[in-house]
Design a protein around this ligand. Structure first.
Ligand SMILES: Nc1ncnc2c1ncn2[C@@H]1O[C@H](COP(=O)(O)OP(=O)(O)O)[C@@H](O)[C@H]1O
Ligand SMILES: [Mg+2]
Length: 252
């Protein structure tokens, strides 16, 4: 569960990246955070996971304030950054052990979870090799596994679909569903509309730091007409172009 109230982030140089954002994400929900490039998605996520301090506003994770109780709040979360940052010299096994140590997982629990996750993502063989030998997609999969190994109440992912092969993307979507089904919360950002439409219980659309819409895709349709989510998204963000050039949506 995430409870965000009146969240604002002003970067030095007075860029207002997030502007008075309030949002509640419930238990058991898959929430898609949509918005064009530079809308403020990554900035919001970094404040939720405690990597950036809000200029104003509050964020509670499972009723724990991230600013005043960062360690306690972080124990509840698994975070996958937009750029998978994993250490080069150690092996995947060593990396997962390191993360398991941080979360103080007993040996039998970490082995059980790692085995299942590695099998799901077909990374069980490569995990014995140094991370330096991994492809981008393999690093991303290792980051996904590392973020789930402590079975977090909140799984938070910044643009997780980018860079995954179709099979891994399919597996990821299944894992998101499973994670939410067992009473946890999944919050992810994306600019891939089709993904959001298929798996999100609700979406939020952010544009220029402001939350323009929160609700189900159905509610968005009722409000804005029967277009594709992509068209509705462009309407909400005011970025529909006359020639229908949506190509920027593919860029990150
Ligand atoms: N470290 C930073 N310093 C100053 N401005 C930043 C910084 N990071 C992001 N921004 C600006 O904040 C805005 C929101 O960026 P970001 O949160 O990365 O958006 P998104 O993830 O939706 O693409 C953009 O205008 C971006 O240029
Ligand atoms: Mg981003």
């Amino acid at each position: 569960m995430i409870e965000i109230k009146n969240l604002t982030k002003v970067y030095s140089g007075s860029v207002k990246a997030v502007d008075g954002l309030s949002l509640s994400v419930r238990k058991g929900e898959i929430f898609g955070f949509l918005g064009p490039n530079g809308a403020g998605k990554t900035t919001t996520i970094k404040m939720i996971v405690g990597l950036l301090k809000p200029t104003e506003g509050t964020i509670n994770i499972e009723n724990i304030d991230i600013v005043s109780s960062p360690v306690k709040a972080k124990m509840k979360m698994g975070y996958v950054a937009d750029e998978p940052l994993v250490m080069e010299k150690i092996t995947g096994v060593q990396y997962l052990n390191l993360i398991s140590d941080v979360f103080q997982l007993p040996p039998e629990v970490r082995i059980d979870r790692a085995t299942r996750l590695l099998r799901n993502f077909k990374l069980a063989d490569a995990v014995k090799d140094p991370i330096s030998t991994y492809s981008h997609g393999m690093r991303q999969k290792l980051s996904l596994i590392a973020a789930l190994i402590h079975n977090p109440d909140l799984w938070i992912l910044d643009e997780p679909i980018v860079g995954l092969d179709p099979e891994s993307a399919f597996i990821l979507k299944q894992m998101m569903r499973n994670h939410a089904k067992t009473g946890n919360t999944v919050f992810f950002s994306t600019h891939v509309m089709e993904v959001a439409e298929r798996i999100c219980d609700r979406i939020g659309i952010i544009n220029k730091g402001k939350l323009e819409f929160v609700g189900t895709v159905e509610e968005l349709r009722t409000l804005r007409g029967q277009g594709s989510l992509e068209q509705l998204f462009l309407e909400v963000t005011g970025s529909e172009t006359e020639n229908g050039d949506f190509s920027y949506l593919d860029a990150d």
